[in-house]
Design a binder for this molecule. Sequence first.
Ligand code: THU
Length: 133
Amino acid sequence: MDYNILIQKAIEARKNSYSPYSNFKVGAAVLGEDDNIYLGCNVENASYGATNCAERTAIFNAIANGNRKIKAIALIGDTKTYTYPCGICRQVIVEFSDENTDIIIVKNENEYLVKKVEEILPGAFTKKDLDVQ
Ligand code: THU
């Protein structure tokens, strides 16, 4: 699949980053099961722990608009290299993904990596683990 548009949207979303504490801007774009694109950026807080990462902002935006699965998520940080999703975001990505979901880790418009959930969070704890008594 051609992810150019999703990558462009993640770059666009990064402009809205609210990151006065880290000065590290992150942007994300989710392709929902409805085929719409949902944007997210990191939103920091004076109480640092209240910060929300770009990926979770974008995913929650997709969920709040009725999606329950994501087809893909692209994210871009603020360095010349690849920014991978943090541990909490990996857990949230897994919650709304399946084996077909692509996680696109973007360095720039032309360079990106495409990963599957099993690669970024092997042996994840999921809903099905809660069914085991
Ligand atoms: N950040 C993200 O938005 N996504 C990640 O996966 C890594 C970290 C944000 C959180 C915080 O605002 C800043 O980057 C520095 O950690």
